[in-house]
Ligand binder design. Structure first.
Ligand code: ARG
Length: 228
């Protein structure tokens, strides 16, 4: 049986993958980031206690579908394919897929990426899905996390990494010798996913998001992590 909004015993269980600054990451043993702070506010509005489960990105949707988690919030892009499995809240952020290369790379623009290259991605993300579509499975090297993909790039195992722009900036900042291409690869929108059987929770989350947008809470959380 699928768990419903009221059945979580006062908890809002958020599945995430906390390797994705500035949206979710671990610092000094604490979960931090834009999604974490927005989720805390939503939980407050709904009178739930926020519980964070840090899982592989690719297991979030299945866990939400089965009622293991009350929601998934992980810089998660709304896609038609995912909509077949879960409902998405109203969107709360926009993003683009960016390309990270080593300084001096022969990949100077998106047009230089081809099926001849080794392209690192976080598995099951839109970067993975779009790059696989565009360049073929053989060109793609999948890693458990963004930082793993970036490590592989830094040590020359792949030629570029395709990943969301804000994490990309954070990874480049944390690693010498890497840079971002100027042009964006794909545009997308982030939202929270909930079980299709939990319309009530979806509505409550949307109401909370609307309030947090209107009163400036979301903007002020975002500006703590992202400078305009
Ligand atoms: N926006 C991309 C997607 O939805 C990547 C999200 C990865 N998130 C994370 N917390 N690791 O597929």
């Amino acid at each position: 049986s699928v768990t419903k909004a009221g059945d979580y015993e006062g908890e809002l269980i958020m599945a995430t993958n906390a390797t994705f600054p500035p949206y979710e990451f671990v610092e000094n043993g604490e979960y931090e980031g834009i999604d974490v702070e927005i989720a805390e506010k939503i939980a407050e509005e709904l009178n739930f206690e926020l519980v964070i489960e840090d899982v592989e990105f690719g297991s979030i949707i299945a866990g939400v579908e089965s009622g293991k988690y009350s929601m998934g919030m992980a810089g998660m892009t709304v896609t038609d394919e995912r909509k077949k499995s879960v409902n998405f809240s109203d969107t709360y952020a926009v993003a683009v897929q960016s390309v990270i290369v080593p300084s001096g790379s022969d990949i100077k623009s998106i047009d230089d990426i081809s099926s001849e290259k080794k392209i690192g991605v976080q598995q099951d993300t839109t970067g993975d899905i779009y790059a696989t579509e565009d360049y073929g499975d053989d060109a793609i090297v999948r890693y458990k996390t963004g930082p793993d993909a970036v490590q592989a790039l830094a040590s020359g195992k792949v030629d570029c990494v395709i990943i969301d722009n804000e994490p990309a900036k954070a990874y480049v900042k944390a690693n010498d010798g890497l840079e971002l291409l100027d042009s964006a690869y794909a545009e997308e929108e982030y939202a929270i996913c909930v079980s299709k059987n939990d319309e009530e929770l979806l509505e409550k989350i949307n109401d909370a998001l609307a309030k947090l947008k209107a009163d400036g809470t979301i903007d002020s959380i975002v500006s703590k992590y992202i400078s305009a």
